[in-house]
Design a protein around this ligand. Sequence first.
Ligand SMILES: Cc1cc2nc3c(=O)[nH]c(=O)nc-3n(C[C@H](O)[C@H](O)[C@H](O)COP(=O)(O)O)c2cc1C
Length: 192
Amino acid sequence: MKVVAFNGSPRKGGNTTQLIEKVFKELEKEGIDCELVELSGKKLKGCIACYKCFDAQDKKCAVKNDDINFCIEKMVKADGIILASPTYFADVTAELKALIDRAGFVAKANNEMFRRKVGAAVVAVRRAGSIHTFDSINHFFLISQMVVPGSQYWNMGFGLEKGDVAKDDEGISTMKTLGQNIAWVLKKIEEK
Ligand SMILES: Cc1cc2nc3c(=O)[nH]c(=O)nc-3n(C[C@H](O)[C@H](O)[C@H](O)COP(=O)(O)O)c2cc1C
């Protein structure tokens, strides 16, 4: 079983990455393979509304001159998908939004190709707006017919400078439980 996480922060190794690592630690304890994809430095543009993915139905975006198809391919192969973002003006970063729009449309064009995969949001925030960021990501999972496990709080960690989230004990504990719940759901789905 495999979980892939996409970090929408332009800051590699920052708070969002560190939260993802806490989730991964729990997944790895359960023998689940984990891969982190940092969107930082990747070429990612928004959807151009060409609708060609609905004609081609090849599990790819028709715009092939950037890194979106690299990400979509990893999403298709994974059993679980984590979409993670710092809070930017109370929402996801532009990088993650590009992935959401294009991967989401390609999934619709290809018979709901993310259906019943497990999805989880991870959000870093300095002070406010994280619940909206969390909701934005969950909208993607839910309209994609994915299964969304929760934690004892909404999946967010507080921090401004790189590494500050380590001081947010509740945020770290939320990520730990989230990792355990993702593993539990993945195993139940596999049992079927
Ligand atoms: C352009 C920009 C917009 C931001 N908007 C918000 C915001 O709306 N609310 C907030 O609490 N923090 C905001 N922040 C702070 C980041 O969410 C916070 O520093 C986060 O921990 C960064 O995560 P990272 O280290 O993974 O990049 C913003 C930061 C930037 C650079």
